[in-house]
Design a protein around this ligand. Sequence first.
Ligand code: SAM
Ligand code: ZN
Length: 286
Amino acid sequence: MGKVDPTMSGPAGIIARQASAVAMLARCLTCRRGLLGRNSCASCGRSYPEVDRILEAIGPLTGTNRIAAAFYDGPSWRRFRPWERLFLWFQGPGPDRARRQVLRHLPEQPGALVLEVGIGDGENVRRLPSDWAIYGVDISRAQLAACRDRFPVMAGRLVRAEAEDLPFEDETFDAVFSVGGFNYYRDHAAALREMRRVARLGAPVIVADESPDLYHFAPGFAIGLEGLDRWGLRAMGLDPEFLAMVTDHRVDIDSLAQAEWPGHRRFPIWNRLGYCLVDDGSPEGA
Ligand SMILES: C[S@@+](CC[C@H](N)C(=O)[O-])C[C@H]1O[C@@H](n2cnc3c(N)ncnc32)[C@H](O)[C@@H]1O
Ligand SMILES: [Zn+2]
């Protein structure tokens, strides 16, 4: 039997290319044609390399996404992580209860196809039903690699991409969710639109994060000594650029969500120190 040509279309070509699951769902960021398991776009030629079972569908990062990726790729996040875990622990109590406040909005659907945006090292993966096909997007290569190493089933299901420009076909997933990180996304409105676009009609799209003004609860802020808080956050691991982003950042989550997801519901979570937005795509008041 002759060798199968991996450039050919159809099932034979796909098998010959050993296409990863995620490349089968992906579409080109430039011309929006489906990749059909290829690592370059058959239409415009843009390349989508897969490095160690993680698909690359991203351009040069700018704005807060550049700062966040440097933070999560480098040693700062490792230093800060125990503090994040401690914060979340108190909001349960315990991490399972804290995360359940968000994950409870996911559908009870056997075999669901689900996308986590900003998946990090996959803390939510083991809390989801084992018969679900979970896919993940993140801007941090180090976090995606950690997720793949922790959960071998995620190999071939991870993409380095921005929430603001998701490399998936419209109406692909039975649910799309994001836990943490949203406050510092470069373009919140684009991310909300993209998450809605790749979710099926009526499928829940969920975004949860701590309140953007959480920093105002810090002791130094209360007594007008913000320098004290900056010093504390530096000592906890935040690098100067990320810290400046946190303290200077202003985002009005309610107005944003109202504009992009008029029919969404908002739930206070984590002892009212966080928010959870749930949208099913229905128009306002439906
Ligand atoms: C606080 S971590 C949360 C990780 C995981 N979701 C969890 O619940 O433990 C935030 C993650 O979002 C990712 N992230 C930040 N901005 C992003 C963006 N614009 N698009 C995709 N991922 C992003 C970060 O790289 C990081 O891994
Ligand atoms: Zn293309």
